[in-house]
Design a protein around this ligand. Structure first.
Ligand code: COA
Length: 644
């Protein structure tokens, strides 16, 4: 999702075996094998589209310079040709020519803290409980719901998802549970304990900075019931009433190199090592938090991001350790959500899991479980050596700086949702992207390189490519909108055309023909081949194109095939879409991160920026965005499409 454009140059591949494409058993294996391989787009096509993408964001002179570079690069038998052939060879040898490279450059070699810069958060609607009993009951149901989802993954009964009528790669579902990101001095790694000889059977529960290993399966392999989990959570709560003095989980929020050093310091001690290993192997983590500071419902979403997503201020207990793929957070006052580690998966599988879990928590409890005594969950102990204490202090300071620097505005746009653009025969996603273009243009008088995540899951082991939302057509629309030269019906037509162009780029991206990953591939191929970096990639225009002042994403994607969904819903409660909001940070110091969840009649937005940048302001962007949406709504309503 995040436009973590591979700024880090990759070293030759073959070193990495993190979430290796696994041969999945049975039905999924057959499904995965049937998926097409990600194509390498034709070189000439990418270069033409690259020049088009530059048009709205660079000057005429820069464009002329780049045209000359492209001319040179595309010559038959030239450097572009050679790199393209290298990529095509790679594609013949790998299941997916991109996925390992992408995992490494976008995530594992990315050195900024995962907090803010990489790990997204998802905030759920506030739940209807106000006390500890309610919190533990809800947490117990949530755990049971997540284990139910895990059973569907393990049994391969999870319906295959579809996008535009095409089946999607389901591999990411196999990576999101029992996964953990381990820090390394130059590169992190991801380990997965879902299968193998001894698959994980426990989760980690965190309360008051204290960690517990909670076994969630009975000896016969059946998952614990809500009642049983509730009792176990109560035991944990009652034995961790005092806040631990050292919030050891804070170490994970550091710059990756510092965390890697601190990690090595930490696990020098045998007890610490055992505790760390237990956390690493857990299926997921649940953090039981104190109540959030009281705020009205209106500001709940905005305020909650801080504790839920950025890893909490120190009075809260949800500082897990290390980067477990999934960390649910349930606070005593009904606030809840999750933070996830981005390396193994994009947001959509996580949101699908959340949809299931939230529906599960609404089910009435049918069975009262006989109270067979269960062993006390194991407390994980840590010896805080002076070295570790020092690392914790440094991490506290850094986190504090990051939290102070983060500017967040979350809004629920109530006036309409995706039904309105649909009624106008416009793609809702394209409509929202055009509103973002208009908002940005009104704020800055220019457009910027804009990143929107597009799924590549139509292909085996596919992750994402980029939809470039700033286009020649979007520029024409935003310039016309407030200019004097055009009638309203012309502006409406420009808006429709810009949205159509966006949808066309989306289709190009999801079918593996966008430009960004191809250009990245050519660059990485040059590094692998040890040839000097082509000038095309050293060009100012390339730097501008990769400086995404707007990094945006929708959190959802894909629907189970109708028949599969029907079969699935016959057995379960169905998969209603949770009214959640996802949140992630900007990818450049002077940029915005914008995540949105379009519901039928409203749209949830989370906008982030950095306070240290004088030019950006999340609340101002939110204001301009709302105005853009309303103005576009009015424009279309007053200027209906002429009937032919
Ligand atoms: N007229 C009427 N309806 C239209 C329409 C039109 N011209 N164009 C689209 N629609 C409908 C669609 O049929 C769809 O209907 P549904 O609500 O019944 O499903 C709905 O509008 C939404 O379509 P659209 O807004 O065009 O978006 P999309 O669902 O096709 O999603 C992407 C577009 C880019 C978000 C999606 O393809 C994708 O790649 N998602 C992945 C995002 C991701 O990985 N994010 C990472 C987060 S970490």
């Amino acid at each position: 999702m995040l436009a973590l454009v591979a700024r880090t140059m990759a070293r030759p591949s073959g070193l990495l075996k993190p979430v290796a494409p696994r041969k999945l058993p049975g039905r999924y294996f057959a499904h995965q094998q049937d998926l097409p391989a990600l194509p390498v787009p034709p070189l000439q096509q990418t270069l033409d589209h690259y020049l088009l993408a530059l048009e709205p964001i660079v000057s005429e002179e820069e464009l002329a310079h780049t045209r000359a570079l492209v001319q040179d690069f595309r010559k038959p038998g030239g450097v572009g040709d050679r790199l393209q052939k290298g990529l095509e060879r790679r594609a013949r040898k790998h299941d997916n020519w991109l996925s390992d490279w992408w995992l490494r450059t976008a995530y594992l070699e990315y050195r900024l803290p995962v907090v803010v810069h990489s790990s997204p958060g998802v905030v759920l609607p506030k739940q209807d409980f106000q006390d500890r009993q309610g919190q533990l009951r809800f947490a117990a149901k949530l755990i049971e719901g997540a284990l139910d989802f895990k059973t569907m993954i393990d049994n391969e009964t999870l319906p295959v998802e579809y996008l535009g009528g095409k089946p999607l790669c389901m591999n990411q579902y196999y990576q999101i549970l029992s996964s953990c990101r381990i820090p390394g001095p130059k590169r992190d790694s991801v380990v997965n304990y879902a299968r193998g000889k001894k698959p994980s059977t426990h989760i980690t529960v965190v309360h008051n900075f204290q960690f517990f290993e909670l076994d969630v399966y009975c000896s016969d392999g059946t998952p614990l019931t809500t009642d049983q989990i509730f009792i176990q959570l109560e035991k944990i709560w009652n034995t961790s009433l005092q806040t631990n003095k050292e919030p050891i989980g804070i170490l994970t929020t550091n710059h990756r190199n510092s965390w890697a050093n601190a990690y090595n310091n930490l696990i020098k001690d045998k007890t610490n090592k055992e505790s760390v290993r237990s956390i690493e192997k857990s299926i997921f983590t649940v953090c039981l938090d104190a109540p959030m500071p009281r705020v009205s419902d209106d500001v709940y979403r905005s305020r909650i991001y801080f504790p839920l997503w950025v890893v909490p201020p120190c009075h809260l207990s949800s500082l897990s350790l290390p980067q477990i793929s999934l960390q649910f957070i349930v606070a005593e006052d009904g606030s809840c959500g999750l933070v996830y580690e981005h390396a193994p998966a994009e947001g959509p599988p996580i949101v699908a899991l959340l949809d299931h879990v939230v529906e599960y928590t609404k089910k009435p409890e049918m069975v009262r479980t006989p109270m067979v005594p269960l062993p006390m969950p194991k407390k994980l102990r840590f010896n805080i050596t002076p070295e570790v204490k020092n690392d914790i202090e440094k991490a506290k300071q850094n986190l504090n700086i990051m939290v102070q620097d983060l500017d967040i505005s979350a809004i629920v746009f109530h006036q309409f949702g995706k039904n309105f653009p649909k009624s106008q025969k416009i793609s809702p996603d394209a409509f929202i992207q055009m509103a973002l273009q208009l908002a940005y243009y009104r704020m800055y008088g220019q457009v910027c390189a804009t990143y929107e995540s597009a799924s590549l899951r139509m292909f085996r082991l596919g992750r994402t490519d980029t939809i470039r939302s700033a286009s020649v057509d979007s520029l024409k629309f935003v310039q016309a909108m407030d200019g004097a030269g055009k009638q309203d019906h012309e502006k409406a037509e420009l808006l429709r055309r810009a949205a159509q162009a966006h949808r066309a780029y989306t289709d190009m991206a999801i079918t593996g023909n966008a430009i960004d990953r191809h250009l990245l591939g050519l660059r990485l191929q040059a590094i692998e081949d040890l040839v000097s970096m082509p000038e095309l990639f050293m060009d100012t225009a390339y730097a501008v194109a990769m400086h995404f002042n707007l990094s945006t994403s929708q959190a959802r994607q894909g629907q189970p095939e109708k028949e599969a969904l029907k079969r699935h819903n016959d057995k379960t409660s169905g998969t209603a879409k949770t009214d959640c909001v996802m949140c992630f940070g900007p990818v450049v110091p002077d940029g915005y991160g914008v995540c949105y969840n379009p519901m039928s009649d409203h749209i949830n937005f989370a906008i982030t920026a950095f306070n240290s940048c004088a030019e950006t302001n999340a609340a101002r962007m939110a204001h301009y965005l709302e105005k853009a949406l309303l103005d576009m709504h009015q424009l279309l309503q007053e200027n209906p499409k002429p009937k032919l």
